[in-house]
Design a protein. Structure first.
Length: 216
């Protein structure tokens, strides 16, 4: 609606908090480096597409025995998730961690091999940026800012509203695990260069200077 009058101001995050580092969450969950840990961080509600993720993972779990699902969040869809994935919860292939403080999230991101953001609607997902900053590539629905972030080659997109498309992409990721580290490095570099607090502050200053006509 605003057209050329709209100017992007990137979100900022603390690069000293959200960064790659060793952690022990996998060990606490009884998972090793052999498992493919698919992650989600956010509200457990329909707009976030958690029902799509549950359906997709139920299929992926049958095709990829080493797949695990780590979800961090709380919300009204929790009962549905536990019902759809009852067998996977029982076999400890799914772990659901309740919503937590922001400063505690990096440890859980680092336990993931790939973050999934299956949103039906999204502007620019904080969770995707935080995961990328921690060295975790992403799989996201082709909505909002994810369509720009995928240009960094740090992730993959799937068709919005399609659990089957998501499952196909996740199975492809499982077959190409050797790419995850490279994509994770790209993710960290991009976010720390463009979305750090310093970068956002600099961009904000540039916007103000431009609008006020200040050249100094």
């Amino acid at each position: 609606m605003l057209g050329e009058q709209a100017t992007e101001l990137p979100l900022g995050l603390d690069g000293d908090v959200f960064r790659p580092a060793p952690d022990s969450v996998r060990e606490q969950l009884g998972w090793s480096g052999r498992e493919l840990v698919i992650g989600f961080v956010g509200r457990l509600d329909l707009i976030k597409g958690v029902d799509l993720l549950a359906s997709a993972f139920a299929n992926v779990a049958r095709a990829v025995p080493e797949a695990r699902l780590l979800m961090v969040g709380s919300g009204e869809e929790e009962a549905r998730l536990r019902s759809v994935l009852a067998k996977e919860f029982a076999s400890r292939r799914v772990h659901l961690q309740p919503r937590m403080r922001q400063e505690d999230l990096p440890r859980w991101y680092r336990a993931m091999d790939v973050l999934v953001m299956p949103s039906r609607y999204e502007t620019m997902s904080n969770a995707v940026l935080e995961a990328m900053a921690c060295g975790v590539p992403f799989v996201a629905s082709a909505v909002g800012g994810s369509r720009e972030l995928v240009k960094t080659q740090a992730g993959w997109l799937f068709t919005p509203e399609s659990a089957s498309s998501l499952a196909q992409v996740l199975e492809a990721v499982a077959a190409r695990r050797d790419e995850l580290n490279c994509r994770g490095l790209r993710a960290t570099r991009h976010v720390h260069e463009r979305y750090s607090w310093a970068s956002s502050a600099q961009r904000f200053e540039e916007i103000i200077r431009t609008r006020l006509g200040v050249t100094a």
